[in-house]
Design a protein around this ligand. Structure first.
Ligand code: BES
Ligand code: ZN
Ligand code: ZN
Length: 480
């Protein structure tokens, strides 16, 4: 889908549909008599995400005038707009519309709104149909989306972010038989080459040499070889500070649970257990184009968690890259095992600030549902910065506690610690486990198990991977 700037006045725009936002109880400001009539007949009320379509609007060149509900005017912000354009696009796409232009009122023509509108359109347009054999699948494609007014810079930013988030979603939507650690590595390498980023991939032999026993313990039950993907972005001008952001994403391409096997029901969803890794790769894709002034390194440990004959057993003790030993009481708590070796490695690579993102626990789904990701930190100011970035990008997160008392649950009789802390506070003890491996480095852990996947489509987003994290990470690097 092409993204364009439209400079003509609204009446002269030659599009299949011109979209305007209508607010609740804001009939007086609705464009034209026909639009006012939609309000007065009750066909359109302005409620958020509502869509009404007028054909052959008088005085306009466009074929359709589309009223998209923006909710209450006072509550309208770029996050609402992102969803509104997504919903409008998804509705119009079904109707075979090919060219769409968005006209925003003057107070909503800032760069922030323009970028969000473009992101919403790209996100709404995205659908994974790589495995559908229907030859007609390309017929109902929207060819272009234009924004009236606005700056090219904002348009470009929206396009880069939207496309990068969709890149992430495309990776995470793929089934486990396709998206193996090897394919994820290849996709990462290709993306890095395309974007001019450095890429290095550690294979199994190299990881054994280094001593990444925690990660290798997880992958030994699968015939699929593991990998550690490392992608580096370096700013062209040497930065004045020593800060170096590390983004670490869980890349379990399928999580059966291993010998501590998961129940059959819903196990197919465990294809998205690499969504954290995919979001880090998506962020790097955008960072390469937006060129922030801070160096950023992405690290994606990727494995398949299978109960093969060589699989690790509950009770096995492994030695992590840090030198600390871990007793594996539950092989389904594999995400934290691969993350600790990645976090240790990130410190060796010189990262001064670490953010990890992972579909880590069912417990965070119980705590926060599918609305907000859980955020944990050992450094409050750093988390403040990330939460501000998340807020301005419309990605919902919520701080969770990390009191010392939780650490008790991880004490092992046979090793330095064990890998589970029981059912109570499961997402917190998982985070406490990770914290043990970051030392004094400012660190944030995001548990996105509830927010990385939609079980049902939203009006503005298809079923499947959401791409949570991509925009926040890019914003964090960009505004460093
Ligand atoms: N990948 C899962 C967590 C998960 C659950 C992601 C639901 C998405 C939706 C993770 O590896 C896992 O299995 N965690 C266990 C940990 C437990 C054994 C301590 C869990 O949360 O049940
Ligand atoms: Zn698991
Ligand atoms: Zn997992």
């Amino acid at each position: 889908m092409d993204i364009k700037l439209e400079t003509k006045p609204i009446a002269e725009v030659d599009a299949d549909a011109v979209v305007v936002v209508g607010f609740e109880g804001d009939e007086a400001n609705a464009g034209g008599d026909a639009a006012k009539e939609l309000y007065s007949t009750g066909e359109f009320s302005g409620k958020a995400l509502e869509i009404a379509i007028l054909h052959r609007p008088s005085g306009m060149k466009a074929k359709r005038l589309v009223l998209a509900g923006g909710g209450k005017r006072e509550k309208f912000d770029s996050a609402v707009l992102r969803r509104v354009t997504g919903a409008a696009l998804r509705t119009l796409k079904c109707k075979g519309v090919r060219g769409i232009a968005l006209a925003l009122d003057e107070p909503f023509r800032s760069d922030e709104f323009t970028a969000a509108a473009v992101e919403g359109a790209l996100l709404g347009n995205f659908e994974t149909n790589t495995h559908k054999t229907d030859p007609k699948k390309d017929e109902k494609q929207v060819a272009w989306f234009a924004v009236l007014g606005g700056t090219q810079r904002a348009l470009d930013r929206g396009r880069i972010l939207g496309e990068s988030q969709n890149f992430c979603r495309g990776l995470a939507d793929e089934p486990g038989n396709v998206m193996t650690p090897t394919l994820l590595s290849e996709k990462a390498r290709a993306m890095a080459a395309e974007q001019g980023l450095e890429c290095e991939i550690l294979d199994e032999a190299r990881m054994r040499e280094l001593g990444m026993g925690a990660l290798l313990g997880v992958s030994q039950g699968s015939d699929e070889p593991p990998a550690m993907i490392i992608i580096r972005y370096r700013p062209a001008v040497a930065p004045s500070s020593k800060d170096h952001l590390g983004l670490v994403g869980k890349g379990v391409t399928f999580d059966t649970g291993g010998i501590s096997i998961k129940p059959a029901e819903g196990m197919e969803k465990m294809r998205y257990d690499m969504a954290g890794g995919a979001s880090v790769l998506g962020a790097m894709r955008a960072i390469a184009q937006l060129k922030p002034s801070i160096p950023v390194t992405a690290i994606v440990p990727t494995v398949e968690n299978m109960p093969g004959s060589r699989a690790q057993r509950p009770g096995d003790i492994v030695k992590s890259l840090s030198g600390k030993t871990v007793e594996v009481l539950n092989t389904d708590a594999e995400g934290r095992m691969i993350l600790i070796d990645a976090l240790t490695y990130a410190q060796r690579l010189g990262c001064t600030h670490l953010v990890d993102t992972a579909t880590l626990t069912g417990s965070i789904v119980v705590a926060l549902g599918g609305i907000r990701a859980g955020a944990f930190t050992n450094n409050e100011p750093f988390l403040k910065k990330l939460l501000a970035a998340a807020d301005s990008e419309g990605e919902k997160m919520w701080q969770m506690p990390l009191d010392e008392e939780y650490k008790e649950a991880l004490k092992s009789d046979f090793a330095d610690l064990h890998n589970i802390g029981g059912r109570a506070g499961g997402s917190i003890t998982a985070a406490i486990f990770l914290r043990d491996f970051v030392n004094e480095t400012p660190w944030i852990h995001l548990d996105v198990a509830g927010t990385a996947w939609l079980d049902e489509a939203k009006p503005y987003l298809a079923k499947g991977a959401t791409g949570i994290g991509v925009r926040t990470f890019v914003h964090l690097a960009d505004k460093w």
